[in-house]
Design a protein around this ligand. Structure first.
Ligand code: ADE
Ligand code: ZN
Length: 366
């Protein structure tokens, strides 16, 4: 199988011969074992049906589904909006600080077991404050889980507050006000929810304020929306990463810009298939994004809804796309560290672990 030989930096540390020494049948093990960062994960999208039922019972709520299986069977989506309708409804079982903690802890335990060393986690406070849950309840529960995960699981977990783009900019400003007393519990802001009809320009002023506050800024763009939304996210919101961004390939000029500036794209393959951005994993444009020299990462988005966590995304995507081999696995993991907002010393330590693992696999010791 020919490797894609991505042309862009970073230069790979292991000798290229190391990649060809790793047999294709070892790829699933390599993908699972390799250290990695997850940069596009909505914590509300990790609510498994079993936990939804447990929290509903704990909070005395009834659900419109008789069982876990019937709820799971309802996860047949036709587009982003059809998913978001279910996702917001399910999040209504989250009421107490302990509920937010339990949800985040369940994700972090899974992530750590998959060798995720760094997780930059989105949360949607407006989904909860609109139901009367105080902002403080949400952030305390999530933050406690991140702190405990660092202490007990050795994972760096940080929060990114997402504004819901189907709501107004004034509502985003009100959320930012509520969040400011907790400024040190989150590292940045993002923009998610229904993309079409809600261009980045709608949030120009609130993102400018967030940048002034020293927050990192990212935005979903080019998932269902056109390349112009990616351009606006770069030019108007001045984001540091683009979440999804897969539609950038429709604009060669945009691809050149993204590659030259090494703007990371946090791509989510299983999500893209479930929400019908691509017909199948075999038709996903991940190989083309890599060949274009883009700083691509693989992520799970809403794993409880889309058929799997980060390892499942990697293993299934590599199985479906024979162009992807050990060299691409290395580049994706390395990009995930490069694209994270972690301090440089941590990134260097993680890359050293990555290099050591690939060398061990090349020597048949993996
Ligand atoms: N919120 C949760 N998942 C999302 C996605 N894939 N796109 C936009 N908003 C989201
Ligand atoms: Zn997302």
């Amino acid at each position: 199988m020919t490797a894609l030989a991505p042309s862009a930096p970073p230069a790979t540390t292991p000798d290229p011969a190391c990649f060809s020494a790793i047999a294709r049948e070892r790829l699933p093990a390599l993908l699972r074992r390799m250290p990695k960062a997850e940069l596009h994960l909505h914590i509300e999208g990790t609510l498994e049906p079993e936990l939804i039922f447990r929290l509903a019972a704990r909070n005395g709520l009834s659900l419109p589904y008789p069982s876990v299986d019937t709820l799971r069977a309802a996860y047949a989506f036709t587009d982003l909006q059809s998913f978001l309708d279910v996702y917001y409804a399910a999040a209504s079982v989250l009421r107490e600080e302990a509920d937010f903690f339990d949800m985040a802890w369940a994700y972090l335990e899974r992530a750590a077991a998959q060798n995720v060393l760094c997780a930059e986690i989105f949360f949607d406070p407006q989904t909860h404050t609109a139901r009367g849950v105080p902002f403080e309840t949400v952030i305390r529960g999530l933050h406690h889980a991140c702190q405990r995960a660092h202490a007990e699981l050795g994972i760096e977990a940080r929060l990114i507050l997402c504004f819901l783009r189907h709501l107004s900019e004034d509502e985003a400003f009100a959320t930012l006000e509520q969040a400011l007393p907790w400024r040190h519990h989150f590292i940045g802001v993002g923009l998610d929810s229904s993309e079409r009809g809600h261009p980045p320009e709608k949030f120009a002023r609130v993102f400018a304020r967030c940048r002034e506050l020293g927050l990192h800024v990212v935005a979903h763009a080019g998932e269902e929306g056109p390349p112009a939304y990616i351009e606006a996210a770069l030019d108007v919101l001045q984001v540091e990463r683009i979440d999804h961004g897969v539609r950038c390939l429709e604009s060669p000029d945009l691809v050149r810009r993204l590659a030259a500036r090494r703007i990371p794209l946090t791509v989510c393959p299983l999500s893209n298939v479930k929400l019908r951005v691509f017909d199948s994993l075999a038709r996903h444009n991940l190989p083309a994004l890599l060949v274009a020299g883009l700083c691509v990462t693989v992520n799970s988005d809403d794993p409880a809804y889309f058929g799997g966590y980060l390892d499942q995304n990697l293993v299934e995507t590599f199985a479906a796309l024979p162009q992807l081999g050990a060299a691409e696995a290395y580049v994706l993991a390395r990009n995930s560290f490069e694209a994270s907002f972690a301090p440089a010393v941590l990134k260097a330590a993680w890359v050293a672990q990555l290099d050591a693992l690939f060398q061990a696999f090349a020597l048949g010791q993996g």
